[in-house]
Design a protein around this ligand. Structure first.
Ligand code: ADE
Length: 327
């Protein structure tokens, strides 16, 4: 089945109109929605990939106050960028953001690529981010599919978040984008996914497309079958199992991973945090242990961080000395 054939029975025009009308009255007002500057949009996407909107929105304001333009980010030291990224997780994203800024300024004359293929060639910019920037900053009619959008479209079109394959989902997402307001559409689907079409306890009664949504239809049918079964059971005075409901699969819990504090990710985060607290160009000795990680584990983590460009190592020092990269 191709994307267009999965949409064959769908009132595409009505879905677009109803979701955009809903967004105009119910959409969230967020600081990064006032801009179409690709740099500012890219920063918002990088932050929001790993941070909830309640923390991500003020973090975006702080980061873009510190680095208001692509030129200012390109000119900063990686150390300053990593300091500004504190608390936002995955430090490599901050470095990638700066690599992008330097490519745009040094190689592209300060101008972001204006299409999906060009954006995808930038470091750390994957299919989702490229399409989010393309639709929001450049007004291109392309569908940005993150987990929220996947759930909204999967449920509406196929009755479940997990039915459509990635290629088909992308085709559906692209086919649905209205040519007139692709930026608002991208924001709207994200808002719908996080405030209404929630993973658990979806609020179908508040959804602008519940009339044409397969998931809502299945849920209503299951609820009505439930009621009928209950009535029949009451009539016969026997208990019956309720009809199954179309619910998203529960997430795995207790997945057997080691406690976070024992992971190398935790250790790497603590090392970078220590270096963030040190004066700008000073070396910090890191003899270990840190938490439950002994000196060898600390040295191993430092080498990995240095290989990724997240720290500089003083070559001759023993015990190791490191700092955030100054150039
Ligand atoms: N998460 C990532 N991008 C977003 C956006 N544009 N609006 C809301 N949440 C988001």
């Amino acid at each position: 089945m191709t994307g267009s054939s999965s949409l064959a029975d769908f009132p595409v025009g009505a879905i677009r109109a109803d979701i955009l009308a809903w967004y105009d009255t119910e959409g969230r007002t967020l600081p990064f929605r006032g801009t179409t500057d690709p740099y500012l949009v890219l920063v918002s996407e990088a932050i929001l990939q790993q941070t909830q909107i309640s923390r991500g929105a003020p973090a975006w304001e702080a980061f873009t106050t510190r680095f208001p333009t692509v030129e200012s980010l390109a000119a900063a030291s990686p150390a300053d960028v990593l300091r500004a990224w504190r608390g936002l997780g995955y430090n490599r994203r901050a470095l990638n953001l700066q690599r992008v800024a330097r490519i745009v300024v040094d190689e592209l004359g300060g101008v972001f690529p204006g299409d999906v293929a060009g954006l995808e060639r930038l470091p750390g910019v994957g299919p989702y981010t490229a399409r989010a920037v393309a639709s929001i900053a450049f007004g291109l009619p392309v569908g940005a599919v993150d987990t929220n959008v996947r759930r909204v479209l999967g449920r509406a079109i196929a009755g479940d978040a997990d039915v459509l394959g990635a290629a088909e989902l992308q085709a559906v997402a692209d086919a649905l984008v209205p040519t007139r307001r692709p930026d608002a559409w991208t924001h709207a689907l994200m808002d719908l996914g996080s405030t209404v079409c929630r993973p658990r306890a979806p609020r179908c009664d508040a959804c602008p497309v519940r009339r044409m949504c397969r998931f809502a239809g299945l849920a209503a049918a299951a609820a009505s079958a439930d009621r009928a079964a209950t009535r029949a059971a009451e009539d016969r005075s026997v208990s019956r199992a309720p009809a199954p409901r179309p619910v998203s699969r529960p997430r795995a819990v207790g997945d057997g991973r080691i406690p976070f504090e024992r992971s190398s990710r935790w250790l790497r985060g603590r090392i970078v945090d220590r270096l963030r607290d040190a004066p700008a160009t000073a070396w910090t000795e890191l003899p270990g242990p840190i938490g439950t990680h002994d000196a060898r584990a600390v040295a191993t983590a430092l080498s990995a961080l240095a290989a990724e460009g997240l720290v500089e190592l003083d070559p001759a020092a023993d015990p190791p000395r490191a700092r955030l990269p100054v150039a």
